[in-house]
Design a protein around this ligand. Structure first.
Ligand SMILES: [Mn+2]
Length: 245
């Protein structure tokens, strides 16, 4: 079977010595396991994109640092960190293109937040301080011991909305997920529906109905094994295979 190319725009770590581009291995491995071939691209400009896109089956936006709040018309309240406007610009443009040209699109964590912002939605700049009754979604470290938590550690359940793509993939209405984010969707962008919610009401997954595949999840399926997580990548890669025929 053909392995469709999955375009992954590479995040830059400009403050690293030397300045570095890169992603976690688990993102690339999840794509490969699902039958796709990751095509990691450095800061594509419009010209390079238009030469690449004819070969690409889908676009995968990975996690990372916060999106500049200016892109959703808010002042930075001091919680938004490590802004990389060039990354924001590239990813927001890619999402709008994917929506317009009906390219399969998968967004994880920041990738989901970028989908929402690209389509006119807004974010909580810090869920814990801005959202009443919020649970702790930022489970990078154990707050009691100060030690790093494994990225696959399950943090909370999500309740999945019936009749959504995600419901079909999960095969049940509630799953346990990891949670490595401090921002989240506040108001939904155009074309989007919320397909899962955390126990505190925070939107944990979004999708575009009537699109070949456009799903964003706030958790990190690339760090989880088993059915719902692997099915998300499998369905994305299948849609990419169909779209690159
Ligand atoms: Mn969460």
């Amino acid at each position: 079977m053909k392995r469709p190319l999955i375009l992954i725009p590479l995040p830059a770590y400009n403050a690293a010595t030397p300045p570095t581009y890169g992603i976690k291995q688990s993102y690339a491995q999840a794509v490969i396991r699902a039958g796709g071939e990751p095509l990691c691209v450095v800061r594509p400009d419009d010209k390079r994109l238009s030469s690449l896109l004819p070969f690409v089956g889908g676009i995968f936006l990975v996690g990372g640092h916060d999106i500049d709040s200016e892109y959703y018309g808010e002042e930075n309240m001091g919680h938004t960190e490590h802004i990389d406007r060039e990354r924001d610009r590239v990813e927001l443009a890619l999402i709008r293109l994917a929506v317009k040209r009906r390219f399969p699109l998968l967004g994880v964590c920041r990738g989901m937040q970028a989908m929402n912002v690209a389509l006119g939605g807004s974010l909580y700049q810090d869920v814990l301080t801005e959202m009443q009754g919020a649970i702790d979604h930022d489970r990078h470290i154990d707050k009691k011991t100060g030690k790093d938590l494994p990225h696959g550690a399950l943090a909370h359940d999500v309740v999945i909305q019936a009749r959504t793509v995600l419901a079909k993939l999960a095969g049940k209405d509630r799953i346990a997920v990891n949670s490595l984010h401090h921002q989240g969707v506040k108001t939904l962008g155009k074309h989007l529906v919320a397909s899962a919610f955390a126990p505190d009401g925070l939107i944990e997954a979004i999708e575009i109905p009537d699109h070949p595949f456009a799903l964003g999840v706030e958790w990190h399926p690339e760090e989880l094994s088993g059915k719902p997580a692997e099915k998300i990548f499998a369905a994305f890669v299948s849609a990419a295979r169909r779209s690159s025929k």
